[in-house]
Design a protein around this ligand. Structure first.
Ligand code: HAM
Length: 428
């Protein structure tokens, strides 16, 4: 039996890299003072239809939709923002000043054509900030995304745009429709459909987006109100002052309908990135909280695909850095001292040393082969004679010493950095 198309089994080195990435994401959330929220993996279909948008690819083509036993329309969540806002409103989190900066981490599902960096089940880490609309909050979210990619040592380009307010978007859509009507013969089938439903999406179509007449289409900036212009200028000025590199990309429209004002993407510049090179995407949504029946509160956030980040990290960082060492391998080499050997293993684990052993006694030579393969820092040889005298043999860096068992923990602790229990590193 095989796993479903577009899913992955994650184990070995990749799992270690992934765990490290998740550690850095959680640490970043802590540093930027976000509180974690967990929402259901399935939601009522309307949660996404009314936010992500009926005509978006995600809702119209990619949802894992099903009816439950009471004939209700459910979907496996394709993204994290809509469910978070549903929960924010349903649990009246808007009334709690400490719950205005939320982050989440979990599986999302989109029925897409799988390729490198694009899966049907993937994992998103996302953040949302609720409250007033303020360019400094936009920059806080952008800077946090940048902080994460920098902490992981990744190469990227930051693209930003303003999608204006609802009025400028509507006017822009009308103007685009009029413009693209002239090029109907040159548009793909998908773009022709979008011409009716959502002409802005033609701009970031993978194939049509590269055509000259699409590049020369009217720009959203021509439809900004004075207020929108001023807002976007404050944001870019602040980014300039902070010496953040970015590019304004007027064709950046994002694939979800809820965005207004600031939108941004961090695109991978690593050689290893597949064709799906957007690592992080986000933006502001002026109307979502109200649309879900909450107060008139603005929000902004981003989502990041852990698998895409891991693909890049795996190619830029030495995997050795991510490996958690085994501290001790206990060589069980005698039938009669098996119980005492198991006791030593337990003693080491209780003291926080990552420990492995061969539970079935082996000849010394064979036990050594196993110990070597485990890459443990210390090999601990539990000979029956030494154990009967309350002693044990420790082999480390080619040197062998016989130690009293009562002093074993102190002896090992002196040789490893034990700042973190269960995550001890060898001292130089
Ligand atoms: P999105 O651009 O659809 O935005 O997805 C965000 C990130 O999720 C992408 O940049 C990518 O890293 C990852 N991703 C998306 N689809 C896939 C896939 N099929 N396979 C692997 N990774 C994928 C959102 O979902 C918004 N909710 C982000 C947001 C939060 N905006 C405001 N707040």
């Amino acid at each position: 039996m095989n796993r479903p198309k577009g899913t992955k089994d994650i184990f070995g080195d990749r799992k270690l890299v992934r765990n490290k990435v998740i550690d850095i994401l959680k640490l970043s959330a802590r540093i930027y003072n976000f509180k974690e929220i967990e929402t259901p993996i399935f939601e009522r279909q309307e949660v996404f239809v009314k936010s992500v948008g009926e005509t978006s690819d995600i809702v119209s083509k990619e949802m894992y939709a099903f009816k439950d036993k009471k004939n209700r329309d459910m979907v496996l969540r394709p993204e994290g923002t809509a469910g978070t806002i549903r929960a924010y409103v349903e649990n009246k989190l808007f009334a709690d000043p400490n719950m205005q900066k939320l982050f989440y981490l979990g599986p999302m599902f989109r029925y897409e054509n799988p390729q490198k960096g694009r899966q049907r089940q993937f994992t998103q880490f996302g953040v949302e900030i609720f409250g007033e609309k303020n360019p400094y909050i936009d920059s806080e979210v952008i800077l946090m995304a940048k902080f994460i990619l920098d902490a992981l040592g990744l190469k990227y380009e930051l693209l930003i745009n303003s999608l204006g307010d609802k009025e400028s978007r509507d006017n822009y859509s009308k103007a685009l429709k009029k413009y693209f009507e002239k090029y109907k013969d040159e548009l793909s089938k998908d773009s022709l459909e979008r011409l009716e439903s959502n002409p802005m999406r033609i701009l970031d179509d993978k194939i049509d987006g590269k055509k000259n007449f699409v590049k020369q289409a009217p720009k959203i900036s021509e439809f900004y109100s004075e207020e929108i212009k001023k807002y976007f200028n404050s944001l870019t000025q602040f980014l300039d002052n902070m010496k953040i590199n970015y590019k304004i990309d007027t064709n950046l429209v994002r694939g979800l309908d809820y965005y207004t004002d600031t939108a941004f993407e961090f695109v991978s510049k690593s050689d290893a990135a597949g064709s799906q090179s957007t690592l992080i995407g986000g933006g502001r949504y002026e109307n979502l909280v109200k649309q879900f029946g909450g107060p008139n509160i603005s929000g902004i956030g981003f989502g990041l695909g852990i698998e895409r980040i891991v693909n890049d990290v795996e190619n830029t960082i030495s995997k050795e850095e991510f490996k958690n060492p085994i501290h001790a391998y206990v060589l069980n080499i005698s039938e009669e001292a098996q119980g005492a050997t198991a006791g030593v293993v337990q003693l080491l684990r209780s003291a926080g040393f990552v420990t492995e052993w061969n539970s079935k006694p082996l000849k010394l030579q064979k036990a050594f082969v196993k110990a070597e393969k485990s890459l443990a820092i210390f090999n601990i040889i539990a000979g029956a004679k030494e154990l009967s005298e309350g002693k044990i043999v420790v082999k480390h860096n080619g040197k062998q010493e016989t130690i009293e068992i009562t002093k074993l923990i102190d002896y090992l602790s002196n040789k490893v950095d034990n700042n973190h229990k269960g995550n001890k590193n060898e001292k130089n």
